[in-house]
Design a protein around this ligand. Sequence first.
Ligand SMILES: *[C@@H]1O[C@H](CO)[C@@H](O)[C@H](O)[C@H]1NC(C)=O
Ligand SMILES: *[C@@H]1O[C@H](CO)[C@@H](O)[C@H](O)[C@H]1NC(C)=O
Length: 518
Amino acid sequence: MKLLLLLLVTVSSCHGYNVLVVFPAPSHSHNSLGKGIVDSLLKAGHTVTWVTPYPEKVKNPPKSLTILDVSPVRKYFENIDGLTLKTSFAGFAMVKEATNNVSRDAINTPTVKETLVKQQFDAVVTESFFSDVLAGVAAVQQAPWILVAGTQMTPQIEAQVDEIRSVATTPLMFNPAEIPMGFASRALNAVMCAGMSVLGWLDRPTTIGLYEQLFGPLAAARGITLPPFDDAFYNVSIMFVNSHESIAPAFSSSPNVVSIAGYHMDEEIPPLPKDLQDLLDGSPQGVIYFSMGSVLKSARMKPPLRAALLKLFGSLPYTVLWKFEEPLTGLPPNVHVRPWMPQPSILAHKNVKLFITHGGQLSSLEAVRAGVPLLAIPVFGDQPANADRAKRRGYALKVPFSDDMVPEMEVALKEMLSNDKYSKQAKHLSHLFQARPATPRQLVNHYITLAIETKGAYHLRSVSLQYRWYERWMLDFYLLLLAVLAGLYTLLKFFIRLVIRKVTGKKTYKEPVGKKRV
Ligand SMILES: *[C@@H]1O[C@H](CO)[C@@H](O)[C@H](O)[C@H]1NC(C)=O
Ligand SMILES: *[C@@H]1O[C@H](CO)[C@@H](O)[C@H](O)[C@H]1NC(C)=O
């Protein structure tokens, strides 16, 4: 028995790979996406090097984890707050520029550069988030590239691993249409997608310039030539998508696209701290949990809004837990404020009846896993679309964020707390969310290992990428078909004329002139 155990240990340690995880986006939710990958790999016995802007969050790193600190990039996101991002177009361009800055500074960090040149990794994991230049990390390592998409699939990511098929069938993130879409919604989808593609083309020179500037010298130092940007960009071995059919439309995609939604949470939900456990256990009447996440700081809410919320919460016959970053005075006795909350553990408590949230992707996933209905107060990004979908699926109501939203919130709260259809539906979706053949973290490990052992998982990649766009749409064939039909038509015309000439003995058949009809 001991021998067998020893054998097992040796065998499993033989399979420990060396993986580089690069998640420099300085926001807590993006950091959670990176942490989920790192935790999954470490638990399975792999060695991980993690490029992160929040090194201080890792308490007692194990020997198999090396942290590369890129915390100076945090400055680029400091002024990007959910409330300033509400004007989406300017916000979009700004986030794009900021993420390029983040990629640039992260790769230019001396420890990161040195690691990329001197070490050889078995695989590279990065996030697909605005800045595409990080394709260069896998390119200079010549290692399988695993890309993580933090939200549902979009045509832009789809195009990176497959043919774009979703435009006709699936509303884009910012298109609130229902499925099946009518003509107008499909047209809107097509126009939005074309607009995004144009923006992408306009950005290409910047992206390619930055890619070459950052990775050219690193490739040279490793004694290789940097591949052209497109060769690196479309060289995705596995695309992980942080979405699931329980909360997003089912999506057809190639076999290297794998849904791992929920992987950012521990497989065993950690126990609550004692004070919260006591508070929740002692609230059999029910608990409402309120958190606007880390992007939208509650402390930046205007004082009249804060006061109105406190008044509303104080009037409810439930315990209210509010994630608020600053101490608050004059709290009603049923309202409890904490600067930080162990969210998945709170949502898993049986007394929690409702989650008031901005509806961001991670919070939505944590709620659906726990089966808790949502009152969504979306602010920006994917939040309004998530909220609309959740509402349509029957486990949420939506009140758009504004300074005078409290009366509308009150109506929504009363409805949700007096009607159990929302919580029944949330429980049903939770069941769907968990009904999978393997846990999300098992999938993470399975597919990363597979990419390494098959040197790039080429067998799972869509064959679409081996064709040019006009070949995929069969345009060359249709052109030929058209030419053949045109040729046949000309031939047929020629023969008919020939026959007529033979029969009538005339050059062309014309109504004989001058001859009177009888
Ligand atoms: C990006 O970096 C450049 C140069 O360092 C700076 O001028 C610019 O303001 C930065 N932009 C954003 C959005 O952070
Ligand atoms: C593409 O990825 C494979 C591994 O998945 C790697 O061996 C190869 O060098 C990469 N090619 C380019 C052009 O980056």
